[in-house]
Design a protein around this ligand. Sequence first.
Ligand SMILES: Cc1cc2nc3c(=O)[nH]c(=O)nc-3n(C[C@H](O)[C@H](O)[C@H](O)COP(=O)(O)OP(=O)(O)OC[C@H]3O[C@@H](n4cnc5c(N)ncnc54)[C@H](O)[C@@H]3O)c2cc1C
Length: 286
Amino acid sequence: MIPAQFDYLAPSTVEEALAALAQHGDEAKILAGGQSLLPVLRMRLNAPEMVIDLGKITSLRGVRDDGDAIVVGAMTQHSVVGSDPLVAEHAALVSKAVEHLADVQIRHRGTFGGALAHADPAGDLGAPALALGAQFVIQGPGGTRTVPAEEFFVDLFETAIGEDEILTEVRLPKHTGWGAHYEKFVRVAHQWPIVAVAAAVRVDGGSIAEARVGLTNMGNTPVRAHAVEQALVGQPATPDGVRDAAARAAEGTNPPSDLNGDADYRRHLATVLTRRAVLTAAGATG
Ligand SMILES: Cc1cc2nc3c(=O)[nH]c(=O)nc-3n(C[C@H](O)[C@H](O)[C@H](O)COP(=O)(O)OP(=O)(O)OC[C@H]3O[C@@H](n4cnc5c(N)ncnc54)[C@H](O)[C@@H]3O)c2cc1C
């Protein structure tokens, strides 16, 4: 289908974009890479009067080192994030997740901030961002505020970004030297996961000293597997050491049932994928 008619604006600064948002209110929609928004417009699930394209705002693009965090501009394409050496060294979990996100064309157009702002519970970036303790920098008419990942994902397709605000960058606390793996289960290549697990671990002397685990598509928002993280600490980085902790992956989750699998199947998947993700992140096999 062809989208309903809309006006189009391509500002060159965040301030201009915010002014346009303020002027048009809930009749306006932000456009990033368009990989989720354009299908929505084409299906006429949304018909904004004004589309504000962030594509010309160069300050929103790129990756930089900011001391204890790697900062990713909201308009940085997935392909750039996935090949960035700073992200690979200090936030490897994100690089691993981007490798499995959609196909080359979508990774070329889609953006880091767009995917996180879209907040699809099956999106591949939410669980790594949550597991690493990402901070979301949001700019609005009243200035800039920083929101922790636990408060950013509010509900299905809903985040802490207000209607008059723009996500400008995401700060990823450095996890240098940690092993990382994103284990994604799909029926069809290049698709959203039925369930996926993001795991980062710090191994010391053959045992797991610290662990951070996030789950994709196990609820309306990305879920942090705190029970698994706690149970992993002090365990040997071996299949026997990890098995019992991974069995707790579904605790506190509320997975959906759909054509790809029911909730019980997803709970089972979460435990299997968590074991694989943690073992691979720890450099072990099993
Ligand atoms: C066929 C297909 C397969 C895909 N497979 C996967 C997959 O396997 N895994 C996965 O994670 N994703 C997948 N995607 C989605 C992809 O990751 C998109 O890039 C992403 O969801 C949206 O990013 P975007 O930059 O295109 O944002 P857009 O589509 O432009 O915007 C998405 C939403 O976020 C809002 N928004 C965007 N940027 C901002 C901002 N800076 N501030 C405030 N609001 C903002 C928009 O208003 C809109 O509501 C797939 C998409 C397609 C079409």
